[in-house]
Design a protein around this ligand. Structure first.
Ligand code: CDP
Length: 217
């Protein structure tokens, strides 16, 4: 049994890479960003004050599940809804709230307890899986990340200019890196991969090489 932690800023390609890697290694992929997005969706629907830690009482009646790669919130498949621009623009707020992080970190540790996993997020190598056998910090230039995000959105019929997308990414990176609770930070023992000039397959092969170098497969 082994764990691979992939952290990094918005749009670095973490989920695409993690999904492919998990499938190549035949282990489970856990997308923690989707969990913060789902909590944000529920918070918006409930109309709570997202800045107020006391508004999150609904967590105790919240049920998250991953089923065949689909993300289920309280019995509803929200896989597409959590990728909307509205959720992306708001997700950094619930993500900085202590009780939200405690609730999700606890859940993430539970579901990865007895199996090999690839988990991606912002605090996986530092907080969720500090003993992960392999930690990757995946990054890329902000322009590159913005272009990737635009392409991804175009496929979903959403258009935003390059300038607006760069600004959106910079704001979220700033919020995620400067928050008090578990800020986005490279773990000291993480291997940094800058994917600016690499294809998806090149990044996946680089990580598989690191996995075999460590004798994990
Ligand atoms: O895919 P993208 O890089 O846009 O973001 P994501 O991985 O879906 O994460 C969305 C947001 O959730 C991040 O901007 C963080 O605010 C938060 N997050 C977090 O705080 N901790 C994690 N382990 C994962 C995500």
């Amino acid at each position: 049994m082994y764990k691979i932690a992939i952290d990094g800023p918005a749009g670095a390609g973490k989920s695409t890479i993690a999904k492919k890697l998990a499938s190549a290694l035949n282990i489970e992929y856990i997308d923690t960003g989707a969990m913060y997005r789902a909590i944000t969706l529920k918070a918006i629907r409930l109309g709570i004050d997202m800045e107020d830690e006391n508004s999150y009482g609904f967590l105790k009646d919240t049920n998250l599940d991953i089923c065949n790669g689909r993300f289920i919130l309280d019995g509803e498949d929200v896989s597409e809804k959590i990728r909307s621009v509205e959720i992306t623009e708001n997700v950094s707020t619930p993500s900085k709230i202590k009780c939200v992080r405690e609730f999700l970190v606890d859940y993430q540790r539970k579901i990865s307890d007895k199996k090999s996993v690839v988990m991606d997020g912002r605090d996986i190598g530092t907080v969720v899986l500090p003993k992960a056998e392999l930690k990757i910090f995946l990054t890329a230039s902000v322009e590159c990340r913005a272009r990737r995000r635009m392409l991804e959105r175009k496929l979903a019929g959403i258009e935003k200019s390059l300038e607006e997308t760069i600004e959106e990414i910079e704001i979220r990176d700033y919020k995620d890196s400067t928050r008090k609770e578990s800020p986005l930070k490279k773990s000291e023992d993480a291997v940094v991969i800058d994917s600016s000039n690499m294809s998806i397959d090149e990044v996946v092969s680089t990580i598989i090489y690191l996995v075999s170098e460590r004798g994990l497969v």
